[in-house]
Design a protein around this ligand. Structure first.
Ligand SMILES: [Zn+2]
Length: 55
């Protein structure tokens, strides 16, 4: 048994709270709330367009 070293190195830190990337500007956002706030603040037109084309 060789349990001294871990062959796999976890480079990426995956903390709780998924980070999402804005599809429109590529900015990384924290959580859905952050993403939504970003959309409203940075891309209000897209939000409006979505609303308009909902029906
Ligand atoms: Zn954006």
């Amino acid at each position: 048994m060789t349990t001294g070293k871990n062959p796999r190195r976890s480079n990426k830190r995956s903390r709780s709270g998924a980070t999402s990337e804005c599809l429109h500007c590529g900015k990384k956002l924290r959580g859905q709330k952050g993403a939504r706030m970003h959309m409203i603040n940075q891309h209000p037109e897209i939000m409006e367009a979505k609303k308009a084309g909902a029906q």
